[in-house]
Write a protein that binds this ligand. Structure first.
Ligand SMILES: [Zn+2]
Length: 258
């Protein structure tokens, strides 16, 4: 079982070693900004490393948006990040499911997602898997409720979209973690990555507030069960720096049996 952590982007391999991580996830740019990634000095080391590399797209990327001043830069940014992530040997680019905003029609969000994949195909194709992540909040989100996720997958499944299951987002988003892997797989057919996080917010609170495993509102056994059932790599996006994340990784390793 490959288990790792979301870390600072400056020296991801040093951060991985500090946590005993088999995998790392990081941002290539400010997650709140529209800057395109620049080539990294450590590209060669990252490509050659035994540590699996995952890249998280900026939070502001929202390819579902009905507003073309958000949607079009989001598409371009997603493609720029995909290319830069592939350049450093990334195994996947994680992007949030996005939302259409209050009063808008969610159907437009699914259509816009489809267009994002079509745009990428015209622009030379995605050089690595894009993993769409479920989100915790909002009533007009494309990938919060799993009945909406099913509609999203009707739109994007044929393009080979991947899926990242965040346990905090699922719980806070109102999806029961018991048996969740089977429910997701019946929709997407795949889980490429688990974001193994506890939740400070309660069930269906809509709050995206991660906590260390066992410290929040989620029974850690449900997180462990999800990782085992999915057979997918897991990344903790938990607080407490190297100490907090090392403990979370150790807990998952011990309870998943490796
Ligand atoms: Zn996440």
């Amino acid at each position: 079982m490959r288990i790792g952590a979301h870390v600072d982007s400056a020296e991801p391999l040093v951060e991985a070693a500090a946590r005993g991580a088999d995998a790392v996830q990081f941002f290539l740019t400010d997650p709140q900004g529209y800057k395109s990634p620049v080539p990294r000095d450590d590209a060669e080391q990252l490509r050659a490393s035994e540590v699996d590399i995952y890249i998280h797209a900026p939070y502001i990327v929202n390819v579902a948006s009905p507003n073309n001043r958000i949607r079009i830069p989001s598409r371009k940014l997603l493609m720029a990040h995909a290319k830069a992530a592939a350049e450093i040997g990334g195994k996947g680019l994680i992007v949030h499911g996005g939302h259409v905003g209050s009063g808008a029609d969610l159907a437009d969000g699914f259509t816009n997602w489809r267009k994002a994949f079509e745009y990428a195909a015209k622009d030379g194709g995605l050089p690595l898997p894009v993993l769409i992540e479920n989100t915790a909040g909002g009533d007009n989100a494309c990938a919060r409720r799993f009945d909406d996720l099913a509609r999203l997958w009707d739109a994007v499944g044929e393009f080979g979209a991947g899926f990242c299951l965040d346990t905090c987002h699922a719980f806070a988003g109102g999806e029961d973690l018991t048996g969740i892997v089977d429910r997701v797989k019946s929709i997407t057919g795949r889980i490429d990555l688990i974001h193994a996080n506890d939740s400070k917010g309660g069930f269906d609170s809509g709050q995206d507030r991660h906590d260390n495993l066992g410290n929040g509102k989620i029974d850690p056994e449900l997180v462990v069960a999800a990782i085992r059932a999915a057979g997918a790599p897991a990344i903790v996006e938990t607080p407490g720096g190297a100490d907090g994340q090392t403990a979370d990784i150790a807990l998952l390793r011990e309870r998943t049996g490796g």
